[in-house]
Design a protein around this ligand. Structure first.
Ligand SMILES: C[S@@+](CC[C@H](N)C(=O)[O-])C[C@H]1O[C@@H](n2cnc3c(N)ncnc32)[C@H](O)[C@@H]1O
Length: 232
């Protein structure tokens, strides 16, 4: 058996009960070191822990797949929710195993941000730049989302200098594409742990560096009016 589970945004209090149960019952628990650290207190002493980073993830996932095919109960833990900025890792797990793998959703950093910043999903689009491959279609989509007067929740890309697309790069890019420099912008860091929040404009965001553990909210300039029934 193998299952991929969302470990939540960082504080173990946000892990689902089902996720905790699966970890407590596992023979093998695998994931990136930072995510394993979130669930460490639940991992049985008898379980094999397979830790990995960006460089060795493919080889380490091959070890998990061997244990899975040997009949061990394996859990692969993902940061936040698997379904936002987690699918490439899921693809690697499935490639290592040679078949589709079951998943259990977790609470995403995007959900915590939506709750802190009081934005509703219906009027918001989620975009991640934290992925391998061509970012151009995602950049264009972000411009269209803002032109379409929707909010955007954006995960930046913190990798090497050549590829990095952090909040200040994103803000500069959007201004170059004609998005108003006065567009309201927020950056939230380390949600559910040592939280920090910043509120300003796109132009101000372009001048500020933030940590890798950041998520951005770009608010529409024209929030939707209420569409519920008139008050009595
Ligand atoms: C590969 S993405 C995974 C996102 C995850 N699947 C989720 O649903 O939150 C990792 C990036 O998400 C953002 N992130 C994850 N957890 C966060 C948190 N607690 N606070 C702020 N940003 C977070 C950071 O930008 C981080 O570099």
């Amino acid at each position: 058996m193998i299952i991929c589970i969302g470990a939540g945004p960082g504080d173990i209090g946000y892990l689902t009960q089902r996720g905790a149960e699966l970890i407590r019952d596992a023979d093998v628990v695998a994931g990136f070191e930072a995510v394993l650290n979130v669930v460490r207190s639940l991992i049985p002493e008898t379980a094999r822990v397979i830790s990995m980073g960006y460089r060795d993830q493919v080889e380490q996932l091959d070890k998990v797949a061997v244990d899975h095919h040997a009949g061990k109960k394996c859990v692969v833990v993902f940061m936040g929710d698997i379904h936002f900025s987690g699918f490439q890792y899921l693809e690697r797990v499935e490639r290592a195993c040679g078949h589709p793998v079951e998943s259990l959703p977790g609470i995403s950093s995007a959900q915590i941000l939506a709750s802190r910043a009081k934005v509703c999903f219906d009027e918001t689009t989620f975009i991640t730049f934290h992925r391998r491959g061509d970012l151009e279609p995602f950049k264009r989509h972000l411009v269209h989302v803002l032109q379409d007067q929707r909010n955007a929740i954006v995960i930046p890309c913190p990798w090497d200098a050549a590829r990095s697309f952090m909040p200040w790069h994103i803000a500069k890019y959007l201004i170059e594409q004609g998005i108003p420099p006065s567009q309201p912008t927020e950056v939230w860091e380390n949600l559910t742990r040592a939280e920090a929040e910043w509120h300003g404009t796109l132009a101000e965001c372009a001048e500020r560096e933030v940590s890798d553990m950041s998520i951005m909210l770009i608010r529409t300039m024209a929030p939707m009016a209420s569409q519920i029934e008139p008050a009595p």
